[in-house]
Structures are given as structure tokens and as C-alpha cells.
Design a protein around this ligand. Structure first.
Ligand code: PMV
Length: 310
């Protein structure tokens, strides 16, 4: 029997890093997906691409531990449109799609809450202390307000935007040298050393996150570009944006735009994906062409995990 399940990537509008410490995050799925195909008509475990073998086999062990379903014979094929390690939730999308595919293959209910729980456990393999925001938005799709109150209490609320967000472009500054886990540890060390300062940054980020929410729900007249700029400043204060990416963001602001990193960021060279707003999108696209920026063909909001093939 063969099953195929897909799940989307994500961008964080506001709340990356602070979300690990229980502050809220506002996120959305994006129109790039990871597909996981499972075929149990084989003998042994095959994983394609082979670099994903360890993650998949550890993930299957975790699923086995929770559901009690053993896999001795399985071919796992992963094909994904989501750039790896760039802050757009590639690993969480694979985790959600794999969890959904296992449930479907075993003829268990395709229950989103269950898929999310399994995907969260798989995310822990990748980086020890995830907030759970990535797997949640990949599972449920759309826009999500997320808050981790405790390991066993996570608040997830779908947000239905009353206002569309125009003129957004995503640029990939490249895969950071640091992994998400390393960036989370970097912030955690800073938090231990300068708790008061870092908590002030997190509180400021929370204000911006609430600003984005009010913007989407049309509860306040706020400039979208101001929210992006403010969010970026706090992420820079936190130290998760590399010098070259800060420089690029400065240039984008000079031509009338606003940009922020999205996700864990990066220190040495690249900082992953940039979410960019420009009132004149064509002006920005001209700039992007001149600077040879790598535009990611993605849009906000997509359906969460879903069965592609029975
Ligand atoms: O995996 P990334 O780069 O999309 O980062 C996820 C967001 C963080 O807040 C940095 C980590 C987390 O677990 O929430």
C-alpha cells in the first residue's frame, strides 16, 4: 500500500525566539509544501533522500513509542519545495507529513491534534527545545496565534484575517551556518546572562505581535511596514541577524521598504528568509533583480497537513 501526505512550510510574522519562553507568536503557513510518500510493499527501511534517514528512523521510533506501530518494512520518499534550514519550517513540514502518513497507512484516524502531537515529538529530535509553533502551523494551516504556556498546555487559535496583506515578497538570504537549535541555545545563553535585558526585548516583541494581530483583525490602524521594521529592530537587539543581512535590510529600508528575518535567524553569514514589504512591489522587484536576490515564490496561508493520495 502507498500513501502520500503533504504539509506546508511557514513564516513567523512576529514572535520567533520569544515564543520559546512562553510569549505569543503570530504565524502563517505558506504555499510551499513537503510531501511524504510511504510504501510498505518492501523489505527493510529505505529513505530517500538518504540524508533524511536518521531523522526519519528516529521519528518512526518516536511514533512507534507513542502509537505502538512498528515499521520494519517501509520505503519513505520525501520531496519538498521548502528550502531546508532557512526559517520556513522545512523540518516541521516533514514531521507533520510523516506523522499524518503513518496514521493514514495504519488506517488510524487522520486526527490533526494527534498529528500535531507526533510532529512536535519529531521536532524535538531536530532541536531539543522547540516551542511547537512550526509543527502546529504546518499541521493546522492558515494564520495561527500560538502560545506555549507549559509543555502540556499550548494555546492555538486560528486567525481569520479581515484584511489582506499586500505586496509581500520573500527573499532567501541563504542557509545560516548555525542550526535552529544553535540559535535557540545562543538566545538562551544570552537570557541566562542578561535576563532583564532579554525579557524587555521579548516584551517589546510581544507588543509587535499583538500589533500584527490587531492589523489583521482590523482593530487598529497600524502601518504594516512599521510593525515589520520594529520587529526587525528587536531581533537585531537579540543578536540573531548577521551583519550582511542587516546591511541588506538597511538598503531595503532606504528604497522605501521594510524587511525582517523570519525564524531562528543566523549570525555568521546568512540569516535565512526575509519577509519584505514594499508599497511599490515593482520598485522592490527591480531592486531585487539588480542585487540578484533569491526570491522565494511563496504566498501567505495554505491548507495544513492533507492526504494527497489514498
Ligand atoms: O526553525 P525556524 O528557523 O523556523 O525557527 C523556529 C522559531 C524559533 O522561535 C526560533 C524556535 C521555536 O522553536 O519556536
Amino acid at each position: 500500500m502507498k500513501v502520500r501526505v503533504s504539509a506546508p512550510g511557514k513564516v513567523i510574522l512576529s514572535g520567533e525566539h520569544s515564543v520559546v519562553y512562553g510569549y505569543p507568536a503570530l504565524v502563517t503557513s505558506i504555499t510551499l509544501r513537503a510531501n511524504v510518500t510511504l510504501d510498505n510493499k518492501v523489505s527493510g527501511l529505505f529513505v530517500n533522500p538518504s540524508f533524511a534517514r536518521q531523522l526519519v528512523s528516529e521519528g518512526l521510533n518516536k511514533i512507534d513509542g507513542i502509537l505502538g506501530v512498528k515499521f520494519n518494512n517501509l520505503k519513505v520518499n520525501i520531496d519538498s519545495e521548502i528550502p531546508i534550514g532557512c526559517g520556513v519550517g522545512s523540518s516541521a513540514a516533514v514531521a507533520a507529513a510523516l506523522s499524518g502518513a503513518v496514521l493514514h497507512l495504519k488506517r488510524l484516524p487522520f486526527n490533526l491534534k494527534r498529528i500535531n502531537e507526533l510532529a512536535y515529538e519529531i521536532e524535538k529530535i531536530n532541536h531539543g527545545n522547540p516551542s511547537g509553533v512550526d509543527n502546529s502551523v504546518s499541521t493546522f494551516g492558515g494564520f495561527l496565534w500560538y502560545r506555549k504556556e507549559a509543555e502540556k498546555l499550548k494555546i492555538l487559535n486560528k486567525v481569520n484575517p479581515l484584511k489582506m496583506i499586500p505586496n509581500i515578497v520573500f527573499v532567501n538570504t541563504g542557509k545560516p551556518k548555525e542550526t535552529t537549535g544553535e540559535m535557540v541555545s545562543f538566545v538562551s545563553e544570552k537570557y541566562i546572562r542578561n535576563k532583564r535585558i532579554v525579557e524587555r526585548i521579548f516584551l517589546n516583541i510581544e507588543k509587535v505581535t499583538r500589533g500584527f494581530l490587531k492589523y489583521l483583525l482590523k482593530e487598529e490602524t497600524i502601518e504594516f511596514s512599521d510593525l515589520i521594521k520594529e520587529n526587525e529592530r528587536y531581533l537585531e537587539e537579540l543578536g540573531v541577524v548577521s551583519i550582511s543581512v542587516k546591511d541588506l535590510i538597511g538598503k531595503i529600508e532606504k528604497i522605501g521598504g521594510a524587511a525582517k528575518i523570519s525564524g531562528a535567524g543566523g549570525l555568521k553569514v546568512n540569516s535565512g528568509i526575509l519577509m519584505i514589504y514594499h508599497p511599490d512591489k515593482f520598485k522592490f522587484l527591480k531592486f531585487a533583480k539588480e542585487k540578484r536576490l533569491d526570491i522565494l515564490p511563496a504566498k501567505f496561508s495554505a491548507k495544513g497537513v492533507k492526504i494527497e493520495r489514498k
